[in-house]
Every structure is written in structure tokens, then in C-alpha cells.
Ligand binder design. Structure first.
Ligand SMILES: Cc1cc2nc3c(=O)[nH]c(=O)nc-3n(C[C@H](O)[C@H](O)[C@H](O)COP(=O)(O)OP(=O)(O)OC[C@H]3O[C@@H](n4cnc5c(N)ncnc54)[C@H](O)[C@@H]3O)c2cc1C
Length: 510
């Protein structure tokens, strides 16, 4: 009988998609010993995600990948809803080269397989990462002190056993781990079939430069420019249409005929996806954490599915690391779902609202009954979600210049005559007090000791040190902001909220 080899790690990650790969890299950066397991040996070959936002680029900035990824990406120059005749109903345009509040373009188009290889290369550049590729992971067992998972090569060979303190289930939408734990989904009710077609242009074709939601009563569609010669269309299946008939080559060219003719492009792939809208009811079971598509799924109308998964990683990793280092209590890990689930749910709900609005706008062109509430439309009034509870001080966004509970804007800064750099690079992956003037002498001895223990950074940013304006509004309303390692604003300091009060509140969480 073969003896199973047992290896020990700090964390096991099941699933080496973009979410698992980002988690492996971020843990390894903090010195963790990580096993990452995937039944596939290479990245998923076909693009699914095509866009990530500026906040997500900041996570990659923390990983040291933003310069490389900015060479792989193309800026999103806007987005619009159009009617059946191609007229803009509503939308927005972004000037070329413009950066948003995060100091990076608000939308970045990318080629998912190339991007995932970059994430894997980053993770595997650390000695602490062991990649078990071509291995199927069994359902994990856990005790109060650790997790065990048996893995087996998919094409035969010896099983091994992995043991670790924690397991991250980044095992995708079908997540065998989520199912084995009996975790159900909160369904938001958008289970529609869409045909997704990716093409490679053979020569220059006159196509829109921005994504379009085509509200055509004959058929809803989406167009996305992506990067280089790649373009994407998504067509909703009409009632009674089958997956097979819509994927026939002649049918695909008929669908593409308003944009281009056969011979203009090569079809790289076509696939029918059922778009789902759901979030998992539990994101943590003891030492096991769900993340990425295992925890939430969204129709792609906002380009936020993978972004939400990367936010999961950015939220959980610093908490796990503080707990492992004995600097935070174990129940800090319960704030992972508390913070992430409502945020993810809000974005899924927004994407569903876009899908429904497309239907209503298409119908309106026939009936004349235009929808009254257009807040979900691109350029509409529906804002980006914030955190409402968790590792946050008591506060209200209205009073604090819309800072509290949001990711803080990232300016460029020049400190003490040093060359210009991005603020996050100055701070590192740590808590920080960012203030307009030096506040050191206001800090109580208890809070000073706490700051030393957690290595809380202090950055003094008078106006002249800020070489770009992103943080000016927040610092206009407040004397200082207290940032978490993932750049969310824990709290603000102003006439109503004293610095020590805010630090006392932060200290009480640890
Ligand atoms: C048409 C479309 C367009 C999209 N557009 C966007 C977009 O523009 N922006 C955006 O942010 N998101 C977008 N998304 C969503 C995005 O593609 C997904 O959210 C993202 O790829 C999910 O990543 P993940 O790492 O969570 O899961 P996956 O990439 O699915 O990875 C899960 C991995 O787990 C492995 N696995 C599962 N079970 C086991 C097991 N038992 N043992 C070993 N390995 C296992 C699988 O092999 C797989 O590699 C889009 C999705 C679609 C379908």
C-alpha cells in the first residue's frame, strides 16, 4: 500500500484562478508557507473577465504588479446604453490618459489568460508557495487547530495529504467545498442565457471605442472593446432559442453583421453562459473561507465579478496575517463576511438592475413606457458600495466628506524633497494615520504603544506635499484619516471626532 506523503503549510488554497493566485501571492509576500491546488495544469485558456477597476489595480500595486499590468491593459474610455438604432440613451466618456480617485484609470481592459499567468508567476516567485497543479482536492476536514485536505493527481499517481492552519476555497462558481459544507446561495434572480463571442480582428474595423449595452427589442446585446485586436459581443438568447442553434457559425455571423462582415475577424471562441446573481449565505466555516466565485456570482454588466473576488483577497489576507502573528484576536476573521458580503451583494444587485433596465428600455421602444427609475444606468445616480460595519469607527459618511467606509483616494505625493510616489507605496500594507500636520504629540501613551505594536504608520501630508489632488476633498473636511492596510478608511479625525477617540476605537478591535 502506498504511503501518503503529508506536507504542512500555513494555508492551503483550493483553486488557482485569479482569486486563488492573488491570495497565494499576497500571503507569500507576508512570509506565509502556502499550498495552492488546481485540477488544471494551466490557466483557463479563454477570457471570461475583461475589465478591472482602479481599486483593483491598487491591490496589484501592493503586490508590486501594477507597472507590469498597466503595460498589459488598455484604459476604458467610457460606457453607454444605446437604443436599437444606435443612439445613446445615457452614458459617459472618459478622456484618454485620465486617472480616477485611485490614481489609476477607473476601468482597465485586459486579456484574462495573460493576466492570470502574471499572477501565477508572482505567486511562484516566492519560495513559500508550492503549486500542486493537475491535482483534485478532496473535501477538507477540520479540527479546532487546523485543516487537512487529501489531493490526488487527476491523471493517476500518488495521493498526498496537506495540512495547514487555514484553507481558502477559491474553487470557482461550482465550488465543491461550498457544496460539501452545505452552504446555500442567496439568489438575486437573474438566471439568463447569454452567448459570449470573442473575436480577433484581422484588420482595422470601425467599431465603437467604448462598451455598449444595446437595448434592442429584437435582442439585447453587449459590445466590449477589450485589448489589442480582441473584441467581445454578448447576445441574450431569446425565448425558445437553443444553445446549439445560436452557436452555429452562420448564426454567429448573422448576429455580428450589424458591426462587421465575415472575413473581418476570426472567431476565437463562442460559449453560452447562464449568468447567475447570488451571494453565499456563509463565507466562513471555522478555518475555511470562501472567496471569489465560490462566494458570489454576478451577471457581467458592471465587469465586477473577479473584482469582487480580488476585494475578498485584499480584505481577508491582512486580517489572517495579524491573527497568525498574534496581533489580533481570532474573531477579527468574522469581519470578513460582515464587511464583504453586503458589498458584493450590492454590486450583484446593481448588475441585475442593469440587466433588467436593458429589458425595460428595449420594451419602451415598442410600448413608449419609459422606465421611471434609471439610477442603475451608466452615468446614473447609483453609487459604489461602502462598508457599513466591521473594522470601522462609529461615524457617518455625510459628515466626513464621503470618506468613512470607502477606500481612500490615492494621491501622488512628494515627501521631504523625495521624488514623487504613490501614497500606498509610501505607507506599505499597514494601518496609517494620514494627517495635514504632525499629530504625534496628541496621541495618548496607550495609543502610542498600540501603534508601535501594530506598526501603524504616520504620514504628514500638507497640501504642498500632495502633488495630485485625489485626497484633497477628504483632507479638506478632516484633519486626518485613519487607513486600514487595505486602504479602507477606518475613521476620520475632525472637530467632532478626536484622534484619541478614533484610535481608542481602533485599539478596542485588537
Ligand atoms: C462572460 C463573462 C464576463 C466576465 N467579465 C468580467 C469582467 O469584465 N470583470 C470581472 O471582474 N469579472 C468578470 N467576469 C467574472 C470572472 O471571470 C470571474 O469572477 C473570475 O474568473 C472567477 O475567478 P475565481 O478565481 O473565483 O474562480 P475560477 O477562475 O473559476 O477558478 C476556480 C479554480 O478552481 C479549480 N477547482 C475547483 N474545484 C477544484 C478541486 N476540487 N480541486 C482542484 N481544483 C479545483 C478550477 O479548476 C478553477 O481553476 C466575467 C465572467 C464571465 C463568464
Amino acid at each position: 500500500m502506498a504511503i501518503e506523503q503529508t506536507s504542512r503549510f500555513d494555508a492551503i488554497i483550493v483553486g488557482y484562478g485569479p482569486v486563488g493566485a492573488a491570495a497565494a501571492g499576497m500571503l507569500a509576500q507576508r512570509g506565509w508557507k502556502v499550498a495552492v491546488v488546481d485540477r488544471m495544469t494551466d490557466v483557463y485558456p479563454l477570457p471570461r473577465a475583461v475589465n478591472f477597476d482602479g481599486e483593483i489595480m491598487r491591490v496589484f500595486q501592493e503586490m508590486g504588479l501594477s507597472e507590469e499590468l498597466s503595460r498589459q491593459t488598455e484604459q476604458n474610455l467610457g460606457a453607454e446604453f444605446i437604443d436599437a438604432k444606435g443612439n445613446r440613451i445615457e452614458g459617459f466618456d472618459v478622456p484618454k490618459g485620465a486617472t480616477g480617485a485611485h490614481g489609476w484609470p477607473d476601468g482597465n481592459f485586459f486579456h484574462q489568460p495573460t493576466f492570470e499567468r502574471t499572477l501565477r508567476k508572482h505567486a511562484e516567485s516566492f519560495d513559500g508557495v508550492s503549486a500542486f497543479l493537475g491535482y483534485e482536492a478532496d473535501v477538507p476536514d477540520q479540527t479546532p487547530s487546523g485543516v487537512t485536505v487529501h489531493i490526488e493527481p487527476v491523471d493517476g499517481g500518488e495521493k498526498c495529504t496537506l495540512k495547514a492552519a487555514y484553507l481558502l476555497a477559491a474553487d470557482g462558481a461550482a465550488s465543491p467545498i461550498r457544496k460539501a459544507l452545505g452552504i446555500t446561495f442567496r439568489n438575486l434572480g437573474y438566471d439568463c442565457d447569454w452567448l459570449v463571442i470573442d473575436v480577433l480582428l484581422k484588420h482595422k474595423v470601425d467599431l465603437p471605442l467604448i462598451p455598449q449595452q444595446v437595448c434592442d427589442p429584437a435582442r439585447l446585446a453587449t459590445f466590449v472593446p477589450i485589448v489589442g485586436d480582441r473584441r467581445r459581443w454578448e447576445f441574450r438568447l431569446n425565448e425558445g432559442e437553443t444553445r446549439d442553434e445560436i452557436q452555429e457559425e452562420d448564426k454567429i455571423w448573422e448576429l455580428l453583421s450589424p458591426w462587421m462582415k465575415k472575413g473581418d475577424a476570426e472567431i476565437e471562441r463562442s460559449a453560452v453562459y447562464q449568468f447567475h446573481a447570488a451571494t453565499a449565505e456563509r463565507w466562513r466555516e471555522g478555518r475555511i473561507f470562501l472567496m471569489g466565485d465560490a462566494a458570489h456570482q454576478t451577471p457581467p454588466f458592471l465587469g465586477q465579478g473577479m473584482c469582487a473576488g480580488i476585494r475578498d483577497v485584499a480584505n481577508l489576507i491582512w486580517k489572517l496575517d495579524l491573527v497568525k502573528r498574534g496581533l489580533a484576536p481570532e474573531d477579527l476573521l468574522d469581519t470578513y463576511q460582515e464587511e464583504r458580503e453586503p458589498h458584493a451583494f450590492d454590486l450583484v444587485d446593481h448588475a441585475v438592475a442593469i440587466g433588467k433596465l436593458m429589458e425595460e428600455i428595449a420594451d419602451a421602444q415598442v410600448t413608449g413606457n419609459w422606465p421611471e427609475n434609471m439610477d442603475a444606468i451608466y452615468g446614473g445616480s447609483r453609487g459604489f458600495p461602502r462598508l457599513h460595519s466591521g473594522v470601522l469607527s462609529q461615524g457617518s459618511e455625510e459628515e466626513s466628506g464621503k470618506a468613512f467606509g470607502f477606500v481612500a483616494p490615492q494621491p501622488k505625493v512628494s515627501l521631504h524633497g523625495n521624488p514623487e510616489s504613490r501614497l500606498d507605496d509610501v505607507i506599505g500594507s499597514k494601518f496609517a494615520i494620514v494627517s495635514k500636520s504632525d499629530v504625534s504629540d496628541q496621541i495618548s501613551p496607550e495609543n502610542k504603544a498600540f501603534m508601535e505594536r501594530l506598526d501603524v504608520q504616520q504620514v504628514v501630508l500638507p497640501e504642498e506635499a500632495r502633488t495630485s489632488k485625489e485626497l484633497d476633498l477628504v483632507l479638506g473636511f478632516n484633519e486626518a484619516v485613519i487607513l486600514r492596510p487595505d486602504r479602507y478608511v477606518f475613521g476620520v479625525v475632525n472637530a467632532e471626532r478626536g484622534l484619541n477617540d478614533q484610535l481608542d476605537q481602533l485599539r478596542s478591535k485588537f
